[in-house]
Design a protein around this ligand. Structure first.
Ligand code: 7TS
Length: 420
């Protein structure tokens, strides 16, 4: 077993990053499925967890378990310190200006619902418009649709082209005097398109419109700097960046969060309560009603440590190599067509195959131990845009290897043999 230090200092591969060493810190990668070695290529759905994250969860329940922000006893104080310490790590990780801008919640979905429910209901009225893009995950469509239905506002959608890129001229044209908020995926989960979000934020801001970025698929692949992006909100989930499920973050600029009403009422989000009147707590607690997910927040802290320990130039270079290799070898299989060929992509190869339904491909690959996702990937409008019901999606993490992509290619040839 290599130590974490070995991993940090390893320079084995050309990219200065050694996936074999990284793999050793992810226990599940040694698993077998249907008697075959697991090839896990469903990382856009959720990533696997390193030993350090698993250990942090175990340690929390063994040594620290206690409710936070309320006890004077030692355990509660330690648990509070650990929980708030993760807020600090999160702030540094995304370069937010203050811990008040870091709201813990269940994940990206809840973050977007918070903004639609709180900012949306106070700022978007009858006849106003919300602008999204044609690349969105259902999590960044449905909350806005619900808001529009509730308030009588209108959902506008910036279309995408045949490569799966947002048509920027259309995006800009759709921002008008009635637009109240713009919500954009940083990276598309269905196609892997990386949107030029910094530019899109600048376009929206030139019209005085705030922007929410859905960072669910971006955080595992690049370092995020919310101040450089200048976005008003950024939502992401721990489980897609090697952390636990059930915990995520909504970043919001302090001035905007201050002006927003609470999203949920309950314990911890109040300063004082009488039957006549409640005075709400300060940020960020105003948006964290009830006992939070303490254990998984602490596990999230270990995921930040894991990511902070990596050489990000090397990781980016390695992930880019993997994606380029996968696109080449999968795209070269006769009868296979890659859906989503944007010039800037991260982590995803989505494809269809002549005369074979993606679900059948997924089932046969599973028998080979290869985990991919098949279906509409919670992005049905993307499928509709390309006139297909579903794709097969291979999505990559930093522990995947070229050998695993070769396994996938062998699996696809096995599918062809069954069907042709
Ligand atoms: N936004 C994007 C771009 C996503 O990819 C996902 C989850 C979400 C929002 C929602 O994140 P959650 O953590 O709140 O569920 N995407 C996927 C996927 O592609 N396959 O399974 C979940």
């Amino acid at each position: 077993m290599h130590t974490y230090q070995d991993i940090l200092t390893s320079k084995k591969s050309g990219s200065g990053f050694d996936p074999d060493l990284i793999r050793e810190t992810f226990p599940i990668l040694k698993a077998t499925v249907h008697g075959k070695k697991l090839v896990y290529l469903d990382n856009a759905a959720t990533t696997q967890k390193p030993e350090s994250v698993i250990k942090a969860l175990d340690d929390y329940y063994r040594h620290l378990n206690s409710n936070i922000h309320r006890g004077v006893h030692a355990l509660s104080e330690k648990a509070t310190e650990a929980y708030e310490g993760v807020r600090d790590k999160a702030r540094q990780f995304i370069n937010a200006a203050s811990n008040k801008e870091i709201i813990f919640l269940r994940g990206t979905t809840e973050g977007i619902n918070l903004v639609a429910g709180s900012f949306g209901r106070s700022n978007v009225g009858q006849g106003d418009e919300v602008l999204i893009t044609g690349l969105e995950h259902h999590s960044n469509i449905v909350p806005w649709q619900m808001l529009c239905n509730h308030t009588g506002s209108v959902l506008k959608v910036a279309p995408i082209d045949d490569k799966g890129e947002v048509i920027l001229s259309e995006f800009e044209r759709l921002i008008g005097p009635k637009t109240r908020i713009v919500a954009i995926a940083h990276v598309s989960n269905a196609l892997g398109t990386v949107n030029p979000v910094k530019r899109m934020v600048a376009i929206a801001h030139a019209h005085g419109i705030p922007v929410l970025l859905d960072g669910a698929q971006a955080v595992p692949h690049f370092r995020i700097d919310v101040r450089d992006l200048d976005c008003d909100f950024y939502a992401f989930s721990a489980h897609k960046m090697y952390g636990p499920t059930g915990i995520g973050i909504l970043y919001g600029k302090q001035s905007i969060l201050e002006a927003m009403p609470p999203y949920q009422g309950g314990g911890d989000m109040i300063r004082s309560v009488t039957f006549e009147k409640t005075i709400f707590n300060d940020l960020p607690h105003k948006f964290e009603a009830g006992t939070p997910n303490i254990a998984d927040t602490i596990g999230f802290g270990a995921a930040f440590d894991f990511l902070n320990g990596l050489d990000w130039n090397a990781v980016s270079h390695y992930e880019h190599e993997l994606l380029t290799y996968a696109s080449e070898v999968i795209g070269a299989i006769p009868g296979v067509r890659i859906v989503g060929t944007a010039s800037d992509k991260a982590g995803v190869v989505s494809f269809v195959m002549d005369d074979v339904h993606p679900h059948d491909i997924g089932t046969i690959l599973d028998r080979e131990g290869i985990a991919v996702r098949t279906g509409h990937h919670c992005a049905q409008p993307v499928m509709q845009r390309f006139g297909i019901p579903a794709t097969v999606r291979a999505s990559f993490a930093l522990y995947n290897t070229k050998e695993e992509i070769d396994e996938l290619v062998r699996g696809i040839y096995a599918v062809k043999k069954v069907f042709h």
